[in-house]
Design a protein around this ligand. Structure first.
Ligand SMILES: Cc1ncc(COP(=O)(O)O)c(C=O)c1O
Length: 349
């Protein structure tokens, strides 16, 4: 029996055997969108004919991929692969392009799933420390690896490395460069044009955050057709069910709705960042739908996390190097953030 590292370790608050679903909590720990998905998504789901459920789904998600290609400025579906969440696409990318024993390069800190997927695949993960401003250091450019995965904006800092830095990486890195843009709809710019210019670039998106569809499990990766072909060879045949395909298509067709919600989240983010800074937190400039609130006072960050949880306000605490004095706070509704700020004010104000 071989004991492997569990993918569920990265799921916030997951306790084996017990996944409580508490009503009436202010849930600010997994960077979900506080606003509902587009009404057109709900209509599309309601209008699915019974036959659509009786039959297997279309295996290549062509309609959804075509809609994504159009939206992202690409010629057609051959530039896009759709996935059962971006997490699936990360796993499929590793399966397609990395052999056991190869190295996958990323940063520290970063989204912990990268390392877990690498280890489960029998690959090595090299995580190069970001500097104090969560930027890449020169050391990162000196590592040789089969694949490099860079979240932009970074998780859990929310900080973006400059586009030019990613461009340099695509130009100089001798391997596949995965640019994880899970949170990019909350950012000022993006790297969606890179696959046109670099044959090793893959840009990944998720519908979980800006489109409010975390429960549906939907993601997309954009890359040159030769790369997309490799994904299609190793993905599960029916990786997207009919509901996900219909929901994704409707969401893409109501892009303005998503952008309006993202703008609301960004406005709340600015207000909360200012309020947290006034309380003495150090808050790196976030381009995401969450804030990393760094705290060196008393009570400790862990103490604040526990006290918030006692009030049914759940934020994210990482018991790991460089993050033990910080809380990651997802941006909720204005009302939810008012509750959070009032609770913090009482604790530390
Ligand atoms: C940086 C990053 N990438 C990818 C994902 C996964 O997205 P999905 O819900 O599409 O699997 C997350 C989810 O939290 C994330 O934080």
């Amino acid at each position: 029996m071989k004991y492997r590292r569990s993918i569920l370790e990265g799921v916030a608050g997951y306790v084996p055997g017990e996944q409580p679903r508490m009503p009436n909590i202010v849930k600010l720990n997994t960077n979900e969108n506080p606003y509902p998905p587009s009404p057109r998504v709900l209509d599309a789901l309601r209008n699915l004919p019974a036959d659509a459920l009786r039959r297997y789904p279309e295996p290549l998600s062509i309609e959804l991929r075509t809609a994504c290609a159009q939206r992202y400025g690409y010629a057609g579906p051959e530039w896009v692969v759709a996935g059962n969440g971006m997490d699936e696409l990360l796993a499929v990318a590793i399966r397609a392009f990395v052999d056991p024993g190869d190295t996958i390069l990323s940063t520290y800190p970063t989204y912990s799933l990268y390392e877990t997927l690498a280890l489960l695949h029998g690959a090595k993960a090299v995580l190069v420390d970001l500097d104090d401003n969560f930027q890449l250091t020169e050391a990162f450019f000196n590592i040789r690896a089969r694949m490099c995965i860079l979240p932009r904006p970074n998780a859990p800092s929310g900080v973006c490395v400059p586009r030019e830095t990613v461009e340099r990486l695509c130009r100089t890195f001798d391997g596949i460069v995965v640019i994880d843009e899970a949170y990019v709809d909350f950012s000022d710019d993006n790297c969606m044009d890179f696959p046109k210019r670099f044959e090793n670039a893959i840009v990944m998106r998720t519908f979980s955050k800006s489109f409010s569809l975390a429960g549906m499990r939907l993601g997309a990766a954009v890359a040159q057709p030769a790369i997309i072909d490799e994904f299609l060879k190793v993905k599960d045949s029916y990786n997207l069910n009919v509901c996900a395909q219909a929901a994704g298509l409707a969401a893409m067709q109501d892009y303005d709705y998503m952008q309006a919600n993202a703008a609301k989240v960004r406005a709340t983010r600015a207000r909360v960042a200012t309020a947290l800074s006034a309380m003495g937190f150090n808050v790196p400039e976030s381009q995401s739908n969450f804030l990393l609130a760094q705290w060196n006072g008393q009570p400790s960050a862990k103490g604040i996390f526990d006290a918030l949880r006692d009030r049914a306000i759940i934020v994210r605490y990482f018991k790991s190097r460089r993050l033990e004095n910080a809380l990651r706070i997802s941006i909720g509704t204005e009302e939810e953030m008012d509750l959070l700020l009032a609770a913090l004010q009482e604790m530390i104000g």
